[in-house]
Design a protein. Structure first.
Length: 197
């Protein structure tokens, strides 16, 4: 499993090591956090690609916010179809456990339980990428476990239901960028660190 050598992906003062796909001025450092100002920032992504790791990141959102944490994102020109996403959305509550609710592996696997704290409060997320095996923990509870190699056809889930994704996730690279999404809502990230297996 992972070693004890954690590396920080955010120094708390600058956006060194990160680049934006959209308006770079829409991403800033605010009180030791990466702040998305919801001004067409697109995606903020690491300049390095990573494979086989544990990622830890804290985040909070403004009411009504939609955002996401992307990983195994292999083509910077196509985040939606080449990057897996943990959905960040203002959907607290026990019944919010769909594939588009907070904590989901977006459009693929719903959270086992809804662990999101209310808007304005900090959440802690851990994402483990071990080859095709993905685990997402939120606020101390495992909410998603998935084997991406089971998605062998474009536009189709393993159970035969439809999905919007044009690629078979089983065929995509496991090495990719880590990204933060501007989807028109204000969101803050901090304590971003990674350790490789």
């Amino acid at each position: 499993m992972a070693n004890d050598d954690w590396a920080s992906l955010f120094d708390g003062e600058t956006l060194n090591g990160w680049s934006a796909t959209g308006n770079p001025d829409a991403w800033t450092v605010e009180d030791g956090t990466i702040a998305c100002l919801a001004q067409r920032g697109g995606y903020l992504h690491t300049e390095k690609a990573y494979e086989n790791y544990e990622l830890r990141i804290d985040w909070k959102i403004a009411p009504g916010c939609n955002s996401g944490i992307f990983f195994q994102w292999s083509n910077l020109n196509d985040p939606v179809h080449t990057g897996l996403e943990m959905q960040i959305l203002d959907t607290p509550g026990d019944r919010r456990v769909g594939t588009r609710d907070c904590g989901a592996l977006y459009e693929l696997v719903p959270p086992q339980k809804q662990m999101m704290k209310p808007a304005g409060e900090w959440n802690s997320t851990t994402i483990v990428c071990d080859g095709a095996n993905i685990r997402i923990d939120m606020n101390g509870e495992t909410v998603v476990e998935a084997d991406i190699s089971r998605w062998t056809k474009p536009h189709e889930n393993p159970d035969g239901s439809r999905t919007k994704f044009k690629n078979a996730w089983a065929d995509l690279p496991r090495k990719g960028y880590i990204g933060l999404q501007d989807h028109g809502g204000k969101v803050w990230f901090k304590n971003i660190k990674i350790r490789k297996f």
